[in-house]
Each structure stands twice: as structure tokens, then as C-alpha cells.
Design a protein around this ligand. Structure first.
Ligand SMILES: [Ca+2]
Ligand SMILES: [Ca+2]
Ligand SMILES: [Ca+2]
Ligand SMILES: [Ca+2]
Length: 420
């Protein structure tokens, strides 16, 4: 029985880990009429294109949707850069985002609408929006949010394209990015803005000259590129936290799974990676790096698919980010356990109360003390094994999370160590 379970678990592990090998997430950008990929070493060419890239949005498979600059085409590209499909969009697409169904939504400033593109089918729908739509993002509620640059509006659409809400914002809104608290971050010609989930402005700030793109990092902070002052502005819960000088004309920006942020600096011919502390960690050369949007898929996995497990390490995307681990890296993962399972056999029963007593009072040892804190009150005492007994024998309350499935400690600050 135990052996069968061990085999099952190792098979499960294999199945879970196998697709991870192709899911490592590098940053994509455009340069010299090509699609390039960059992670930590020098950029590598992925595909030749006839013109440069305007924007892109990464898909669950590691590929992406790409809109070309000066051409009315959107390309669906596989993880290796091969073009799966080419879609005529009649006019140019300014920004792209991928929804939970894998559909791409794009803004068409020339038509004052957004289009919905489906893999294999092409454009399946279009919905009118306010004048000259620029940015597009999907919020944590699955709603599609569009900045309408000439109308000074943000419009919020349902997944069916129905207009749900119209929010007045400042002059010339451009870059827009969903916040993990349900709200939105917005770049405007003359400032920075935070909206809450009901569309109310909760913060505005002034920094840099002509902020234009915005992304969020693992901690949920917003990072804006200011293309005319060559700066990146970092905004947290308390407002502006940092202003970082970067090479000339930064535009595309994306948060990385390790907590850093990458910035494409066009005229500075550089891609810089900035650490969570605001220090430039790395700078690599690229002739004229372009492309806005979800360059590596972090926005998609954290906002559109927060409960997914992109890297297959059995911890949800958003939980990993919350705990400071890399949701793209299976080797970066919090220790998982079942609370109350003191003997680490996967189930909570009478024997766990005994094991807990032995560890707490009889000199026994364990690799995961946190599993013994059954009520998760940050203290290890008699009430923990008693709660196991009450649960198993008398229908008392179950152990606190993670239970009954394996999971990480969601509040490790007040907890105990667990080791592999
Ligand atoms: Ca994971
Ligand atoms: Ca991970
Ligand atoms: Ca057990
Ligand atoms: Ca306790």
C-alpha cells in the first residue's frame, strides 16, 4: 500500500515536473526587425521579422502574440519563435493582453475599438471603446481595462466585451497595468495614478517626464518608465519609493519572477535589470530594444492565472509571489507540508497526536516544526496535539491551512522552520 503510494507520488512528480522543462520564462523583445529572447546572458535571436515589434503578450505555452510596428499584423508565435499564425488586423494594434481562455485582446487606435483574437480562428470579435485606445490589461476580476488616450478615460469591459464602467482619469492615459489588489495602475502624460477595484482614484503622483509604460513586481509595486526623463519610478503602498536613472528612452518594462524588473532602453541600446532594492544588477547591449506589454508572462500568471502552477512545484503562482519565491522556477519554492501531519505520512490521524507529544515533550525530532502547530497560533504546546485528538476522535475543528492538501505556510513570519 505504502509502496503503491510511493510509486504513484513519484509518477505524479514526473508528470508535474516534465512540462516545466519548457516553461522557463525569459523576456522577449524586438530589435533590428527580429524577435529576441533574454534571460540572464546575452540576448538570443528567436525569429526574423520584416519590421520591428510594437507590443507583445506571452501565452501559457511560453509563446506569445506579437503586434508589428508599421504593419497591420498580429503574429501568434510558438515558444521557439516559430510563427503559428499571422492575422491581418486592418489597422495597427497598439497593445495586447492574453485572457484566461488564451484569447488575445488588442487595442486598435485607428478604429477606436478592441479586437479579440482566438488561436486558429483569427479575429472573433471587436468592441467599440473611447477615442484612441492605447493600453490594455486584465484585472484580477477578469475584466478587460482599456486606457483611451484621447478621451482621458479608462473603460472596463466584461469578458464578453460589454461596457461595464467608464472612469475619468487625467490627461492622455497610456500604459495600464492590473494591480494584485484588484485595482489598476495608470501612466498619464503628466502623472501616475492608482485606481481601486471600483474605479476610484486612491493615489496620484508626479515624477519623471512622460511616464508611458507600467508593470508590477513580485511585491505588487508599480514600476513606470518615463521615456523623456530616462527614469524608472517605483511606487508602493506609501507612494513613490524610488526614482532610478536608466539609459536613454526607456519604454518596455516587465517584472521578473525573481523580484527584479527588466527595462528596454531604446536609444541607450541597453536592457537593464534592476533589483528589488532599486540597484541596477545587470546591463546588456541591444541595438534598439522595443516592445511593450507582458514581455515574460509574469502579469498573466499572477493576475489572469493566480491559482495556476506555472512551474509545477505544487505551489500556486500568486502564493509563490506573495512569499517571495519565483513562480517560474521549480527550484525556488517554499517548503510544503500538511498541518497536523507530524509523522509526515501525508494524512492526519491519531498517530500524529502521539508523534507531536514525543517531539514536543519526549525529545523526538522533525524536519518540519510548523506542521506541529496545528492551530497555527505561532506556539507549540499541548493544545496542538489535543486539537488533533479532538478532530480525529470527536469531530472537532480540522487543522488550519495547509490542510488536507500539501501547501506552504502562508504566514511564515510567525512560524517555525521546515526543511526538505
Ligand atoms: Ca509554482
Ligand atoms: Ca517556484
Ligand atoms: Ca500523519
Ligand atoms: Ca499552536
Amino acid at each position: 500500500m505504502i509502496q503503491a503510494r510511493a510509486i504513484f507520488v513519484s509518477m505524479l512528480f514526473f508528470l508535474i515536473l516534465f512540462p516545466v522543462l519548457v516553461a522557463a520564462q525569459e523576456t522577449w523583445f524586438g530589435d533590428q526587425q527580429g524577435l529576441w529572447s533574454y534571460s540572464s546572458s546575452d540576448p538570443q535571436p528567436l525569429a526574423d521579422l520584416s519590421v520591428d515589434i510594437r507590443c507583445l503578450a506571452r501565452t501559457a505555452s511560453g509563446g506569445g502574440w506579437i503586434a508589428l510596428d508599421g504593419q497591420n499584423l498580429v503574429l501568434h508565435v510558438d515558444a521557439d519563435g516559430s510563427i503559428l499564425q499571422s492575422i491581418d488586423t486592418v489597422v495597427g494594434v497598439q497593445a495586447l493582453v492574453v485572457d484566461s481562455l488564451g484569447r488575445a485582446w488588442g487595442t486598435r487606435p485607428g478604429m477606436d475599438d478592441v479586437i479579440v483574437i482566438q488561436s486558429g480562428a483569427g479575429i472573433v470579435n471587436s468592441h467599440p471603446v473611447g477615442a484612441v485606445p492605447y493600453g490594455i490589461t486584465i484585472d484580477t476580476g477578469g475584466r478587460i481595462c482599456v486606457s483611451c488616450s484621447y478621451a482621458n478615460l479608462v473603460q472596463v469591459l466584461s469578458p464578453d466585451g460589454e461596457l461595464l464602467q467608464e472612469i475619468s482619469v487625467g490627461f492622455f492615459p497610456t500604459g495600464i497595468c492590473a494591480a494584485r489588489d484588484g485595482g489598476l495602475w495608470l501612466a498619464e502624460k503628466d502623472g501616475l495614478r492608482k485606481l481601486d477595484s471600483s474605479g476610484v482614484t486612491t493615489w496620484t503622483g508626479l515624477a519623471g517626464v512622460f511616464p508611458i509604460s507600467v508593470t508590477t513586481d513580485l511585491m505588487g509595486r508599480a514600476w513606470f518608465t518615463c521615456q523623456n526623463s530616462h527614469q524608472v519610478v517605483v511606487v508602493g503602498q506609501q507612494g513613490i519609493e524610488n526614482i532610478i536613472d536608466v539609459p536613454a528612452r526607456p519604454l518596455g518594462i516587465c517584472g521578473n519572477g525573481d523580484g527584479s524588473v527588466s527595462v528596454l532602453c531604446r536609444n541607450g541600446s541597453a536592457i537593464v535589470r534592476i533589483g528589488a532594492d532599486g540597484q541596477i544588477e545587470q546591463q546588456v547591449g541591444a541595438m534598439y530594444p522595443v516592445g511593450t506589454g507582458d514581455l515574460n508572462g509574469l502579469q498573466r500568471i499572477l493576475i489572469v492565472d493566480p491559482e495556476g502552477d506555472h512551474d509545477g512545484d505544487s505551489v500556486e503562482n500568486a502564493v509563490e509571489a506573495q512569499l517571495g519565491f519565483n513562480p517560474f522556477d521549480p527550484d525556488s519554492s517554499p517548503q510544503i507540508f500538511v498541518r497536523g501531519d507530524a509523522n509526515l505520512d501525508g494524512v492526519v490521524d491519531f498517530t500524529d497526536a502521539i508523534t507531536t507529544l514525543v517531539i514536543l515533550f519526549g525529545g523526538g525530532t522533525t524536519t518540519c516544526l510548523e506542521a506541529l502547530d496545528v492551530d497555527d497560533d505561532g506556539r507549540l504546546n499541548l493544545s496542538d496535539p489535543i486539537r488533533i485528538l479532538a478532530y480525529v476522535l470527536a469531530g472537532g475543528p480540522a487543522p488550519e491551512a495547509p490542510y488536507p492538501d500539501l501547501g506552504p505556510d502562508l504566514y511564515p513570519e510567525s512560524g517555525f522552520p521546515c526543511y526538505p
